[in-house]
Write a protein that binds this ligand. Sequence first.
Ligand code: LER
Ligand code: MN
Length: 271
Amino acid sequence: MKFSATVTLQYDTIFSSFSHEEYLKGLDWMQQSCLDGAELCISSYSDIDLGRVKAELDERGLGCSTISTGQARGIEGLSLIGVPADITKRTQERFMQHIDAAKVLGSKVTIGLMRGLGSLETMDRDLADLSEAMKPLVAYADQKGVTLCLEAINRYETALLNSAEATMDFIVNDLGNPGCVGILWDLFHANIEDIGFKQSIDIMGSRLQHVHLADSNRMFPGYGHTDFAGVLKAVKESGYSQYCSFECLNQPSVEIILKDTAAWVRSMREL
Ligand code: LER
Ligand code: MN
């Protein structure tokens, strides 16, 4: 199992202890904190020198776990569904750019809130639209050998794909079970939506492709009530060897997160 943390290239995020101006400081901290890689928030590619980003990661012995893509929803209004056709097209084109970037960085691509929010009333139509909008992305990712990680996100943020079980059902029955699509399992969302952590691990099997680490209250692990040792042990025993990536709020404090990450990661590696 590998470990990474969120860092952002263009716009600040509540999920990183570093601002986008402090990006390199963030990478230095990851290297010193026994992490294997960085999860990169990239909104668009207008001002990104990917070759340089790759070199900055390589210099520190860090990989890129996945590209976090959701910022462009708030900043540019991009969404795969529930928007006019030209916006869906622009969103698909952005995901193609993410797939190209993932190829360079050796990472995966997250599909989180940029899928769209949907509603309970229009769920069947929404899922059919999402499946249709994802078709070209799935074909392109497959051709490039890049994994798309569909994130299960809780009901207060989107009506679509809230639990691991619902996301698995969508991948198998709506998308037709393509090999290049997996699940991003965020333990904060899972604590709200899933029947049980162990049950979800069994349901997802090898479709589990990325894990977000945050406690039940979205604080740094250990400050809520999630049993991380139990969950990550079960994840490891399921054969998972991909990344677990910190995506928690800067709580209880930035100082505690910066100081305690290395020891926490070491303890989880020993499970
Ligand atoms: C993104 O990974 C996530 O978990 C969402 O809750 C962001 O709003
Ligand atoms: Mn997440």
